[in-house]
Design a protein around this ligand. Structure first.
Ligand code: NAD
Length: 362
């Protein structure tokens, strides 16, 4: 246990809650990384980790990533994550998610949960029977529904900001975009790219998705392994994490990497490597913040898709700011994005402390 506390102290985590409810078959954890900006928002993941230690390290790491994503997106939210230890194909039940809901409720609003890998919006409906601190409910329930529409729009805005930097215009007409993954985020992104008459190349491990993209949108298919080396202006990872690594980076023949997938860099040093090679990397959590922005518009107010899209359009300016900092400070964009998030948290923490001091003891 002391190792976790050491890790939490080093990385600024506020709280780790472990829980078990044998009657509901629930074992899991909630990590709250930082609540300086507001309640800690982050998904509830359900997964079979090889060990409990791996699971807890995962929830700690993911909660911290959420702090950075929300802070850089200008949201009044902190970062958190929940984890249910279990197999999402076999172990899900109403009782399980209600029991998780009670754990969320016990935190009194410090943590707000939502769907993630292994959970669905119908699981969120079970959680909502036990707590108000859940978001990402279906539209019919007054929720924000499928976030990928908004996420795809945010990726498009980030791409335009990158184009402005590299080609001196944010018009994407005639530019080639190579998409890895043709799922929900990519298909929404494709809608925007098509309007600008960008040329599209794509791959997916699902033949059905490849056929759909080719037939509906004229996406030129390539084999999954060939997507890295394809000649393109922009490479858009929209499938998996860890795809920018020692093996793939030397293959890239693009000027910009900008896509919706989470955790694209296998390690931080891969952001440095892209920078060194003169490839403009749009940091994933800046680019795909549309999802969390969408959720934030469901918390404590009636959801408005228009308002969520308006806020998501700001990703263009955020991306431009990241590029400017990267150039000024001669640092990779991945590092510049972290600095942006850290500076916002530090400024708000500072205001809070000064106001607290001015008020004196209560
Ligand atoms: P999705 O499941 O709809 O699409 C992913 C697609 O990638 C699938 O079609 C899958 O077959 C394909 N794929 C998987 N492995 C592949 C491989 N090796 N090569 C090529 N294709 C492969 O998921 P999504 O909602 O579109 O999310 C895509 C990425 O964006 C994920 O990393 C997700 O975490 C991230 N993201 C999504 C949202 C959102 O709003 N949905 C928000 C933020 C981040």
């Amino acid at each position: 246990m002391s190792d976790y506390l050491e890790y939490m102290a080093k990385h600024g985590h506020e709280q780790l809650v472990l829980f078990a409810d044998e009657s509901a078959g629930l074992r899991g954890a909630i990590a709250i990384h930082d609540t300086t900006l507001g309640p800690a928002l982050g998904g509830c993941r359900m997964w079979t980790h090889p060990t409990e230690e791996a699971a807890i390290m995962d929830v700690l790491r993911l909660s911290r990533a959420m702090t950075y994503k929300s802070a850089a997106a200008g949201l009044n939210l902190g970062g958190g994550k929940a984890l249910i230890l279990g197999d999402p194909r076999k172990d899900r039940s109403e009782a399980l998610f209600r029991a998780l809901g009670r754990q969320v409720e016990a935190l009194g609003g410090r943590y707000v949960t939502t769907e993630d890998v292994g959970t669905t919006s119908s699981d969120m409906q079970h959680i909502a029977k036990e707590t108000r601190f859940v978001t990402g409910l279906p539209i019919e329930e007054g929720g924000s529904g499928d976030p990928s529409v908004v996420t795809g729009y945010g990726v498009y805005m980030a791409m335009k900001a990158c184009a402005q930097e590299v080609w001196g215009t944010d018009d994407l007409s005639g530019k080639t975009v190579a998409l890895q993954g043709l799922g929900k985020v990519a298909s929404n992104l494709i809608e925007h790219l098509k309007k600008e008459e960008a040329r599209l190349i794509g791959t997916d491990i699902s033949e059905e998705r490849v056929r759909w993209a080719a037939e509906t949108h004229g996406v030129r298919p390539v084999a999954p392994d060939d997507i890295f080396g394809v000649e393109t202006d922009i490479f858009a990872p929209c499938a998996l994490g860890g795809v920018l690594n020692d093996r793939t980076i030397p293959l890239l023949r693009c000027q910009v990497v900008c896509g919706g997938a989470n955790n694209q860099l296998l390690e931080d040093r891969h952001g440095e490597e892209l920078h060194r090679r003169g490839i403009l990397y749009a940091p994933d959590y800046i680019v795909n913040a549309g999802g969390v922005i969408n959720l934030s518009f469901e918390i404590g107010r009636p959801y408005s898709r228009e308002a969520a899209l308006r806020k998501t359009a700001e990703i263009y300016a955020t991306m431009a700011q990241v590029i400017a900092t990267s150039k000024q400070e001669k640092t990779p964009t991945s590092r510049a994005a972290d600095r942006l998030a850290e500076a916002r948290i530090a400024a708000v923490r500072d205001i809070r402390m000064r106001l607290g001091e001015a008020r004196g003891p209560r």
